[in-house]
Design a protein. Structure first.
Length: 537
């Protein structure tokens, strides 16, 4: 029996089932851009959240290396395709390291084991009678790796997604996948699993598209070598998408396991969540489940289609010269700042904009001021009024900060499970902002002068505990900052080690709830936990 995760906003089950999450497998036609970084940081944050909650997690990323686009890019660079791919892949793994991404599997579609999985899958679909040979005529956009309908092209056959690239006319014998056969089964599936495509706007887009009628699509190409030969007709090369989607399956194999579907699918399948950009929704929401139905395999639980990033309100592109280099951004501002801005500022699912001034202002206001300063000034008071130790008091249940802190876990947890990362950040930030107001209103410095030590201790405990909770719930987004906050509070916790260290996960077991800060724990000499960002001159 396949045990699947409840992806709605209900509380986690007592016995967590495996949680498998994927980024798209990125094309290696160029070095990674901010769009690839965006998806990957979101996936990393959600993976970290589930790991923190005690789930067995497998986070998958990787690269899509076959197809005409890559073949041509390699030619332009006078490289053989494999050499080209190896170079670009290095750019991806370097970026993931800089961005503090903790993936468990990195799948390359040029991996030999992937070929075995693709061939076995193809044979299943073939045996189901869902592949036939036919004539393919149409306009092909190599940049999209997709045939386009007339309405998706300009008058002179430029693709709307790539207006600087002309689509190419193709008239060739191809093998086709019988997508049309699965129209009703897909509609039934979407009806039975309303949570499958998220957010709602993307689901509606897919439903409307399928409603208009599905056509079979070709899954082989001639006159291209860079890809897998069709097992039954080696003159044909398998269409890059039929190959790439299966990368999600190959990635599930243990490193030393034989590459069979049975091995790949036995533990982590079906995937809990595929995170993708809205441009590749159809492949994941229509082609992929139909292919799996044909092969008789269970379908992933959820697809989340996020929006597109723009820069200063304009579409990003090489022609406009306004792309954002993620490496330069991280080098200048650090990975936590970059992760925080994109995940907090942009509602996950919608389009969003990057503007450097806004980026600096938001990160400084939220992380340096609201959170960092709150901790800093409270720690100073704890050193002055409480001998540098966590006060031994019980904060009243009616205390407003305690009340908010007590419910933070519910709100943040629900938001993470629903992929509403901006809401998860906002719920934490609200606690920090309330903590600042609370401190100003309660004025422990006055109570200290009045000799009311019990009140001072209760106030400082409430604020320190709120900052701890904030750090815990924000750790999937800004793990390094959270570790520094924990360090200041006297813990030796490195949130980057949560993935690798089960004993640390155990130690953090109850930390999502109010009261995790032990009375009497020694507090460290206050140091700013987040240096304010400055605009480069
Ligand atoms: N290789 C395919 C995916 C195969 S998955 C089995 C592919 N690769 S891609 O490199 O072109 O795109 C990867 C992801 O980057 C997509 O999810 C796409 O939506 C995303 N983005 C590309 N440009 C983007 C922005 N400007 N903003 C946000 N995401 C963007 O498609």
């Amino acid at each position: 029996m396949v045990v699947t995760e409840d992806l709605t906003s209900s509380p986690p089950p007592l016995q967590p089932s495996p949680f498998t999450i994927t980024t798209p497998l990125y094309y290696v036609n160029a070095l990674p851009h901010i769009g690839s970084a965006y998806t990957t940081m979101a996936v990393d944050a959600v993976g970290r959240f589930y790991r923190l909650q005690g789930y067995p997690v497998l986070m998958i990323t990787g690269t899509d290396e076959h197809g005409q686009k890559i073949e041509r890019t390699a030619q332009e660079r006078n490289k053989n395709p494999q050499e080209h791919c190896d170079e670009i892949v290095q750019g991806f793994t370097d970026l993931w390291q800089k961005l503090n991404i903790r993936y468990d599997r990195f799948i390359r579609t040029t991996d030999d084991r992937h070929r075995a999985i693709v061939v076995e899958f193809f044979e299943r679909v073939w045996a189901a009678g869902d592949i036939y040979s036919g004539k393919q005529q149409g306009w092909y956009c190599v940049s999209c790796e997709e045939f386009k309908e007339e309405r998706e092209l300009t008058e002179d056959h430029h693709c709307l997604v790539h207006p600087n690239k002309q689509a190419e006319w193709r008239d060739e014998e191809n093998y086709f996948f019988r997508l049309s056969k699965y129209q009703t089964a897909l509609q039934q599936f979407y009806g039975d699993h309303p949570e499958f495509i998220q957010p709602e706007s993307r689901r509606n887009e897919v439903l409307a598209f399928v409603e208009r009628g599905l056509q079979d699509f070709s899954i082989s190409r001639v006159n291209i070598d860079w890809g897998f030969a069709l097992p039954n007709d080696p003159k044909h090369t398998l269409y890059v998408w039929f190959d790439a989607l299966l990368g999600y399956v190959t990635a599930l194999l243990e490193p030393d396991e034989d590459p069979t579907l049975e091995n790949a699918l036995k533990h982590w399948w079906p995937i809990s969540t595929h995170v993708i950009g809205k441009d590749i929704l159809r492949f994941h929401a229509i082609y992929w489940p139909a292919m799996l139905m044909s092969a008789g395999l269970p379908i992933p639980q959820r697809l989340f289609g996020h929006g597109f990033l723009t820069k200063d309100g304009q579409k990003m592109g090489k022609t406009l010269g306004n792309t954002i280099d993620p490496v330069a951004l991280i080098d200048r501002y650090g990975s936590d700042a970059v992760r925080y801005y994109f995940l907090k500022e942009i509602e996950f699912g919608r389009d969003g904009d990057f503007n450097e001034t806004r980026f600096i202002n938001i990160v400084n206001a939220d992380l340096a001021n609201d959170l960092g300063n709150l901790l800093n000034r409270t720690l100073k008071m704890a050193h002055k009024y409480c001998e540098g130790r966590v006060p031994s008091v019980t904060v009243a249940e009616t205390d407003p900060l305690r009340q908010l802190g007590t419910t933070l876990g519910d709100r943040a947890g629900r938001a993470y499970r629903a992929m509403a990362l901006h809401e998860a950040c906002q719920s934490v930030l609200t606690l920090a902002q309330t903590g600042n107001k609370y401190l100003d209103e309660q004025a422990p410095w006055t109570k200290f002068k009045q000799g009311d030590r019990a009140a001072v201790e209760a106030i400082l405990y409430a604020v320190l505990e709120s900052v701890r909770l904030a750090a815990y719930w924000l750790s999937p987004i800004v793990p390094q900052l959270s570790s520094r906050i924990y360090g200041q509070l006297g813990f030796a916790v490195d949130f980057d080690r949560v993935n690798a260290d089960p004993s640390l996960r155990e130690q953090l077991g109850g930390h999502g709830h109010w009261g995790g800060l032990p009375a009497g724990q020694g507090l460290v000499e206050p140091q700013p936990v987040f240096q304010k960002l400055e605009m480069p001159q």
